[in-house]
Design a protein around this ligand. Sequence first.
Ligand code: ADP
Ligand code: MG
Ligand code: MG
Length: 198
Amino acid sequence: MRDAEFFRNWMAAAAAVVEREADRLTELDSPIGDADHGSNLLRGFTAVRTALDAEGPAAPGAVLQLAGRTLISTVGGASGPLYGMLLRRTGKELGEAPEVSDEELREALDKGVGAVAQLGGAAPGDKTMLDALLPGVAALATSYRAAADAAQDGALATVPMQARKGRASYLGERSIGHQDPGATSSALLMGALADAAE
Ligand code: ADP
Ligand code: MG
Ligand code: MG
């Protein structure tokens, strides 16, 4: 079973990896975006860490809902509302239980990713964060590490795609040949989850 501390550890690991990789995420966002993805997420996850330390939510669902609300209120870019929706919806699915099973988390994340797809209107192959999140969550049935690896493969697979959603879609065919920054950060978040689970 996974308690609130596990979820705080996941968010702390996410904040740490975003801090380490912020420059790379921003570099990925320069040829096909506006060069702010790393700084957006750094601001967001730093605020998540501060909010969790200040409020110390006692249930898994409450941890993720607070993290999601914080991302929405601190990240101006497209990724803030989308990741905010992912965490809020996942947290809502987990409810108020003090501990949740891996299976419950898998089902909740599945709903969370579905909510991201609905909010952003993107489909697989549109070169977005969904191209890492969908295979990642599908592989959760195997293990947390398999999910992280699948999300990483999904992020790499965005390179030859043409963007159909978000800023990168304005470039049309010129978006081909670049790795999507949001898919890359999604792989990092799934990696942080696997780290917290080990
Ligand atoms: P912005 O584009 O507003 O500057 P960010 O740079 O923080 O926001 O995030 C860009 C990332 O957001 C993209 O790389 C992509 O993965 C993701 N994204 C953008 N629009 C959508 C969408 N409609 N659905 C899913 N993901 C999206
Ligand atoms: Mg951007
Ligand atoms: Mg922006």
